[in-house]
Design a protein around this ligand. Structure first.
Ligand code: AMP
Length: 446
């Protein structure tokens, strides 16, 4: 299928060609014609599947059509969980939408209000923003959603995860009932499905196994480690690899991100940290330096690194394993972007045995273990499954790479790993109900 078959107008087809896209991705092929026909959409598609163009191209097409009475209110609103994602949506829109060139306002938490008031007074057609700040603007009366024609929720699951449910409800209450809603989520649990049901009218359901696209292009490896010092030594050894063009190194805490970035810089690498405690200007600067190749090694936490779309990243190193298995997929999806291949290397200490098991169960693969001469672990990792564990992992059926069906498709509870049980055997991992940077973090703070 080609883009020309999707009923897109010539100005958009030209923009797409300028971007170098030749064939629509599966989510684009399915969503674009339906959205252009005015249907609501409920799409499960992860980052890396081309979902941004899947919702922005129909939105741009709508904005290319003049309306009689605009009265300064936006026609399209895109809600997204983090400032980085919002920036990337806008960057992508400017690229393939360059021949439409809509007036836009970017309403992000943690950014000065003055610019935002100014851009709202300029009657934007498009508003892209994070939920908290959008609610602030609604409360202040500076944002009017009464003329909204398309509402997009990007990474809706992550917005709920980050505690934006109430804000989303308020925004939806402020939008006209007669609108088109494009609802994109990486995962769809019962809460999400309930919310989608209330928001959408007879939606077209699109299910894209995004993980398949990202995981297939990525070589995954595992190093068993004894302790933090062992991890540091392994990291030092691995980052000397000439094959690394750029790498993101994930740490569990913001403090560790700073410490590791300092250690790597002291070893002579172009390294920097990226986490939610940094102010927005510093985060923007770091991301710009990464894009322009001035940073080779970026040490990041999960929330801060979410949505980073830099095609020159060849390696992801999990210095610490993520607590949630789906974060593993999000992390390694930072490499292998836009058709490139990538390498994902994970360190797992004894305390991370259970987290490793959850990841392997989730992706349906066993991570191949590697050992570096002189840096061998002294212990084996205990990855025994918990007694009474539920779900498909119990049969431990090895699956072929890329065969993974996606989160929860074959599980009772689609969204969360089996709850910890007191009788759990093996290393005890503390479950949390919030992400490490939680609601108090800055990514989309007000
Ligand atoms: P997204 O899932 O929207 O974050 O997109 C992931 C990456 O795929 C981005 O680098 C896009 O520029 C790229 N991309 C999106 N659509 C296409 C396409 N049809 N052909 C090639 N690359 C694409």
């Amino acid at each position: 299928m080609s883009f020309a078959e999707l009923n897109l107008i010539p100005a958009l087809l030209k923009g797409i060609t300028d971007c170098g896209y030749t064939t629509p991705t599966p989510v684009q092929a399915k969503a674009i014609p339906e959205a252009l026909a005015g249907r609501d959409i409920l799409a499960s598609a992860q980052t890396g599947t081309g979902k941004t163009a899947a919702f922005m191209l129909p939105a741009l097409q709508l904005m290319s059509q003049p309306v009689a009475k605009r009265r300064g209110a936006p026609r399209v609103l895109v809600l997204t969980p983090t400032r980085e994602l919002a920036g990337q949506i806008l960057d992508a829109t400017r690229t393939f939408g360059r021949h439409i060139n809509p007036r836009y306002a970017l309403l992000l938490g943690g950014m000065p209000y003055r610019e935002q008031f100014k851009s709202l007074q300029a009657s934007p057609d498009l508003v892209v923003g994070t939920p908290g700040r959008l609610v602030d603007h609604l409360n202040r009366g500076s944002l009017d959603l009464s003329r909204l024609e398309i509402l997009v929720l990007d990474e809706a699951d992550r917005m709920l995860d980050m505690g934006f449910k109430e804000d989303l409800e308020k925004i939806i209450a402020g939008a006209p009932a007669k609108r088109q809603t494009l609802f994109f989520t990486a995962t769809l649990n019962r809460t999400m499905a309930d919310m989608a049901k209330r928001m959408l009218r007879e939606p077209v359901r699109i299910d894209i196994a995004g993980s398949k696209m990202t995981l297939e292009a990525i070589e995954q490896r595992l190093h068993v480690t004894d302790n933090r010092l062992h991890k540091s030594k392994l990291l030092q050894h691995l980052v000397a690899d000439q094959d690394i063009n750029q790498a993101i190194i994930f740490s569990a805490t913001k403090r560790d991100a700073d410490v590791l970035a300092r250690e790597l810089s002291a070893q002579g690498h172009r390294a920097a940290a990226l986490h939610g405690d940094m102010n927005q200007a510093a985060r923007n600067r770091t991301l710009r330096d990464l894009r322009q190749g001035r940073i080779k090694l970026l040490v990041a936490t999960d929330v801060a690194a979410r949505g980073i779309d830099v095609t020159t990243i060849t390696h992801v190193i999990n210095f610490d394993l993520p607590m949630f298995a789906e974060d593993y997929v999000h992390r390694i999806g930072r490499t292998g972007r836009a058709g490139a291949s990538g390498t994902a290397i994970s360190f797992a200490s004894a305390a991370e045995g259970a987290a490793l098991k959850r990841i392997e169960r989730y992706i349906g693969q066993t991570l191949p273990q590697q050992v570096i001469a002189g840096l061998e672990p002294t212990r084996r990792l205990d990855t025994r499954p918990a007694r009474n564990s539920r779900g498909p992992a119990r049969n431990n059926r090895p699956q072929k790479a890329g065969e993974w069906k996606g989160r929860g498709e074959s599980r009772g509870n689609k969204d969360f790993p089996a709850k910890p049980r007191t009788e759990r055997k093996g290393p005890v991992i503390e479950y949390r109900t919030r992400r490490p940077e939680g609601r108090t973090s800055t990514p989309a703070g007000r």
